[in-house]
Design a protein around this ligand. Structure first.
Ligand code: MLT
Length: 247
């Protein structure tokens, strides 16, 4: 297949026409979403703002888990923050329906959804799984990085490079846009030291300062999950819905 990979390294950039979007917020939103479904999640509704999330919980009911963060810290009135390590199997089975809002990740997911193309939550842990699904969706693959406060972020760019690597390993040669070339070069330089390089990112440093060392380590483990959560609609709500095709 004549694979074309278009990486958008910061969320403010215009989105090119592609067949599928892989959205990356490796620290931690897309890692958390992947883990949530891997451990039994059934529905997860991403919201752009905390107030949207709070309003949606009032609408849907108290049995919906309210999860998310701003600046890495849990939000007032939310049930939990955004650590993927929170979502162990027993906890998720008690909370199979969730509403989520994060600083950068949920906004990027909703932006990609406006393209009308399939959107998947991508991270290091499900990189190969996402590459496999992307290649079955067409020959133009987009990778959108959530970045940080509208700017390019080292962590997501590095994870983007990992996704480019997995796509090229599965497909062979590919035509890369400049964003994908930059990300791939970053990955190749760091490949043997992915975790250490990830720790150099501004957001990783903030997580480490907050004592969330295990979160960063967990997010930095490539190809540990076969789940690639797909963003669709539940009624009129954008939603990740557990189905067989995501694992
Ligand atoms: C984000 O959306 O920027 C991340 O999810 C932040 C985090 O979880 O610390």
């Amino acid at each position: 297949m004549n694979l074309e990979i278009n990486a958008v390294l910061s969320p403010g950039e215009p989105l090119p026409e592609v067949d599928i979007w892989l959205v990356v917020d490796v620290l931690r939103a897309t890692t958390t979403i992947t883990t949530y479904f891997e451990n039994g999640g059934r529905l997860l509704l991403p919201c752009a703002t905390p107030d949207d999330a709070r309003a949606l919980r009032r609408e849907l009911g108290e049995d919906w888990l309210l999860m998310g963060e701003r600046n890495a810290l849990p939000l007032d009135g939310f049930d939990v923050g955004n650590s993927p390590l929170t979502f162990k199997h027993d906890f998720v089975c008690e909370h199979p329906h969730a509403i989520m809002s994060t600083t950068n990740g949920t906004g990027a997911l909703l932006k990609a959804m406006k393209s009308g193309r399939p959107v998947y939550a991508a991270c290091a842990r499900n990189a190969k799984a996402c590459a496999q699904i992307a290649l079955s969706s067409g020959d133009k693959v987009g990778i959108l990085c959530a970045g940080r406060y509208g700017m390019t972020a080292l962590d997501d760019s590095l994870c983007c490079g990992l996704l480019v690597d997995r796509l090229m390993r599965l497909n062979g040669a590919a035509l890369l846009n400049d964003g994908a070339t930059i990300a791939y070069s970053l990955w190749k330089r760091a490949a043997e030291n992915f975790h250490a390089t990830l720790c150099q990112a501004e957001h990783a440093k903030l997580l480490l300062e907050l004592g969330l060392t295990q979160d960063v380590a967990f997010c930095a483990e490539p190809d540990q999950s076969g789940f690639a959560p797909a963003l669709g609609l539940w009624g009129e709500h954008p939603a990740f819905i557990h189905n067989l095709e995501t694992n």
